[in-house]
Every structure is written in structure tokens, then in C-alpha cells.
Write a protein that binds this ligand. Structure first.
Ligand SMILES: [Zn+2]
Length: 480
């Protein structure tokens, strides 16, 4: 019977760097014996001196653990896959460096629940202490990642962010509290993380990550965690990781759905292999426009922290070459295979892009407005609309948001969500003056463009949307 044995990443170095073997065998024990006869070093990692499988090495046939089958006597049939799932040494820190890292008695008490697990143990905890992680963003994803990595005792954590705490962050960004609204996220994060674990060194970078500063900031970190919320920074993080050879632990969230993967590992794909080009601007709404389920970044960010800890300690199997898709409504996890694209301009066999580029241009961000050719004839400021309404010269108000947004706050008028506009255009009178609004002015701009194309000449976009109305005209109106 020909079966496939999958060698996990940390063990590849003991198996001619291969990640799988085809072996003829009738039982799991026979297959492993043949494998380890060919690769003697592997034998020491899989078996203890008395010839038994080590307790922290798990063997699976397809997706079943052999401990619950016939153990090593489990029979295999043609085409079966045997997976070795170990938890052993490896990771990014050399043994020499590691010998210099000691745990104090206080640290030993603090990390005791890790230390008593053979998969982590003193060695794994020392690796964590020797490790350094750079977090891009201290928001929804960065909150759980920062908390768990700090709690776990990662030696040095760098954080890049330039935002302040906003009231609407508190629904999911659990690093912050109500009394911190308006304060610098970095300072608040540093305080909170230091209070959680004073043994962790926190380095903050109060700046927007850019092509000019990324390589300098990345230097010296073992792992980068991508917690960004926009495409230009995401491509920048990916490319900078590939150029510096640093693994990139990726996470993204939108409404109820999350994604996670680990990019930039040897022979593994990068974000560009997955998405060679960004979506056109405006096609994928931001969390500010589309919303995000509060607990979602908690789950995805925790998955990112989980992968970081595995990279640093060298245990388990990483989310390499796999895209994990999480659906919070259905409560399902799906997994897609990702392959490195040999043609990838950044991580491919013959990379064509060897330095960082202009990511705003690459993502078409600058062209967002110029594409729409902002035209003062088709715009109205909130102050002007207020005057018009007060003066009795009332334009027809069209709200192109969703009903649940209308229910939070509205300026009256007709509600026709943007996506329904083409089929409901007959509800509008093109001879009347129409003011279109949404939350921030983006969707309404699209609506104005659409209506202009349909022959409406007296249609105007409310600049800044209802959010600016609430800010400048009606402070009693809730902002969301
Ligand atoms: Zn790539």
C-alpha cells in the first residue's frame, strides 16, 4: 500500500527538507519505521529511547488520531495520508542566543501554565522571551493580539499606530476604556500592556507606516502582525515582509467574516500571490462604512497571536499555504489551499519588484476622487443645506444608506439604498432639485454619478454626509 507521510515544518530539516514522502506500508508503525530508517535524525525526534513514540508527537491517519484507532498497529490503505503533528524545537532563535536567556523566579511563576506543557516548556518560554513582534495597528485586531502576546511573555513588542481612541472603537478594541477617548492609542496601549506584563518591552512608533519608513521599522523584528484596515498598508506590509524576510501573520475582518493566514514563510505564498491586485477603490467598503461585528476581531486577532506564538516557539503547524475563512454568523471555519505563485512580482522565482513602491497609487486611492471629478455644481455643504431647509426652499432629500442606518439617525426624505437605486429610479423626479446623502459622502457621491448618467441635472451630493451634519449642524444627533 502506498501512503503519503506529511512532514511538518519544524521536522523538515531532519528529512532532507522534504515535506512529504510516499512509502509502501501496511500499518502506521511500518510506515514510520521505514521513514526513520532512511532519516535517522528524525527517529530521535519521533521516538524515545525505549522505542515508543514520544508523548508530544501525534500521528494522524487522514484526520483521525491513531491513539483513538489501533495506535501504531493502525492499518493503512492505498492513498491514505499519515500526518506527524509534533511540538518540538525549532523556531527563529539560535541555540546560542537562547542560552543567554534566563527566566527569573518571578517569570517562572507567571508562566507556569506554559512551562508545565512539554510542547512549550522552559525552552519554548525562553524562545518567547528572546522573540520580538511588530504589530501594525493597535485597533480591533491589534487589541487581542497585543494582549495575548504580552501575556505570553514575548520579549519585545513594537506597535505602529497614529490614531487616537474614538468612542466608536470601544465596541471591539478591548485594549481601551471609556476614560481614554481622545487619547493616543499608542500611549494607552503601552500603559495597558505594561500593566499586564512588566517583563515585556513595548516599543511604540507614532507614525503612519509608509514606503519611506517601513524597512527601517521592520529591521530586527522576528515576526510582523498585520492588523491594518486598508489595502495600501496591507500591500506595503506584505512587500516589506518579503523584502526583509520576516514572516507576516495576516488577519482581516469585515462585518461577520474574517480571514487569517501566515505569509512570507519559506516556499510559502505571500498576500500578493493570493490577491495580485487590490479591488478598485470603493468596491469593498471600510469597517467605518460597512460595520464590523464586535467579537470578530477578537477571534481573528487571537488566531494571529496563536500563529505568532507557534512561529516563535517552533511548535505545531502554521497557517502556511492555507487561508482560513471564519464566518461568525454560521460559526464555521473553512480552509483554502494557497500556493506560492512562481510569477509573483514580489516573492516569485524572478521578482520584478525589489523595493517598496507608491501604494496609494497602486491601490488607486488617489484616483478615488479624481475618477468622480468632484464638481462644485453637484455638491452642497451642510451649512448651505441647513439654510435652504430653514428658508423654505426645500430640495428633495434622498438617503442612499441602509434601513438600519436610517433608523439610527436621518434627515428625513426618501430612503433608497444605493444598491436599489437603479431599479427604483422612477420614484425620483429629475426636474426637482435633489440632495443625496449617506454616512460620510462616499455612497452618495456614487449615487450622484449614477443619477447624472441617467440625465438628472439638479442632483447634489451632501459633502461629509450625515456625519458632518451631526458634527456641524445638529449636535443632538447620534453619530455612528
Ligand atoms: Zn507572492
Amino acid at each position: 500500500m502506498s501512503v503519503k507521510i506529511i512532514i511538518p515544518m519544524p521536522l523538515k530539516q531532519y528529512a532532507d527538507k522534504k515535506d512529504s514522502f510516499e512509502i509502501n506500508a501496511n500499518t502506521v508503525g511500518e510506515a514510520l519505521r521505514k521513514l526513520t530508517e532512511e532519516h535517522r535524525e528524525l527517529r530521535n525526534h519521533l521516538y524515545s529511547e525505549d522505542g515508543n513514540l514520544r508523548s508530544f508527537v501525534n500521528i494522524y491517519v487522514n484526520d483521525e488520531d491513531v491513539r483513538y484507532l489501533d495506535k501504531e498497529k493502525t492499518t493503512v490503505k492505498e492513498g491514505d495520508t499519515i500526518s506527524i503533528v509534533p511540538s518540538i524545537a525549532g523556531g527563529v532563535t539560535s541555540n546560542e542566543e537562547l542560552l543567554k536567556i534566563n527566566l527569573s523566579n518571578d517569570e517562572i511563576r507567571r508562566y507556569s501554565r506554559h512551562l508545565i506543557m512539554p510542547e512549550v516548556g522552559v525552552e519554548g518560554q525562553r524562545k518567547l522571551k528572546a522573540g520580538s513582534v511588530l504589530m501594525i495597528g493597535a485597533g480591533g485586531l491589534g487589541s487581542p493580539t497585543g494582549l495575548y502576546l504580552t501575556a505570553a511573555g514575548v520579549g519585545r513588542i513594537g506597535i505602529v499606530d497614529f490614531d487616537t481612541v474614538d468612542e466608536s472603537n470601544l465596541q471591539r478594541q478591548v485594549l481601551y476604556s471609556t476614560d481614554q477617548i481622545g487619547k493616543s492609542k499608542l500611549e494607552m496601549a503601552r500603559e495597558r500592556l505594561h500593566a499586564l506584563n512588566p517583563y515585556v518591552k513595548i516599543d511604540t512608533y507614532q507614525t503612519q507606516l509608509s514606503s519611506e519608513n517601513a524597512l527601517e521599522i521592520f529591521k530586527g523584528f522576528d515576526v510582523v502582525v498585520d492588523g491594518t484596515d486598508n489595502f495600501q498598508t496591507r500591500y506595503l506590509v506584505n512587500d516589506a515582509c518579503i523584502l526583509t524576510g520576516i514572516p507576516n501573520v495576516y488577519g482581516s475582518i469585515f462585518r461577520f467574516e474574517g480571514q487569517a493566514s501566515v505569509f512570507g514563510l519559506e516556499d510559502g505564498p505571500c498576500y500578493r500571490c493570493l490577491y495580485p491586485e487590490p479591488p478598485p477603490p470603493g468596491l469593498v467598503p471600510s469597517c467605518a462604512e460597512g460595520g464590523v461585528f464586535g467579537v470578530l476581531p477578537g477571534i481573528v486577532g487571537s488566531i494571529q497571536a496563536n500563529e505568532v506564538i507557534k512561529i516563535l516557539t517552533g511548535i505545531g503547524e502554521l497557517l502556511k499555504g492555507r487561508l482560513l475563512l471564519f464566518d461568525a454568523l454560521k460559526m464555521t471555519f473553512r480552509e483554502l489551499k494557497l500556493r506560492r505563485n512562481p510569477e509573483c512580482p514580489v516573492c516569485g522565482d524572478n521578482p520584478t519588484q525589489k523595493k517598496l513602491i507608491d501604494y496609494e497609487q497602486f491601490c488607486g486611492v488617489e484616483s478615488t476622487w479624481s475618477d468622480y471629478k468632484r464638481d462644485a455644481d453637484y455638491e452642497v455643504e451642510v451649512e448651505e443645506l441647513k439654510k435652504q431647509l430653514d428658508g423654505g426652499n426645500k430640495p428633495f432629500i434622498l438617503d442612499v444608506r441602509e434601513e438600519h442606518e436610517y433608523n439610527i439617525a436621518n434627515l428625513g426624505g426618501r430612503l433608497i439604498p444605493l444598491r436599489e437605486l437603479p431599479s427604483r429610479i422612477n420614484e425620483l423626479d429629475s426636474s426637482k432639485e435633489i440632495v443625496v446623502y449617506c454616512k460620510m459622502g462616499g455612497r452618495s457621491q456614487q449615487a450622484v454619478e449614477f443619477l447624472k448618467g441617467a440625465g438628472f441635472r439638479k442632483v447634489k451630493n451632501l459633502v461629509g454626509g450625515i456625519d458632518r451634519w451631526a458634527e456641524k449642524i445638529d449636535s443632538s444627533m447620534p453619530r455612528y
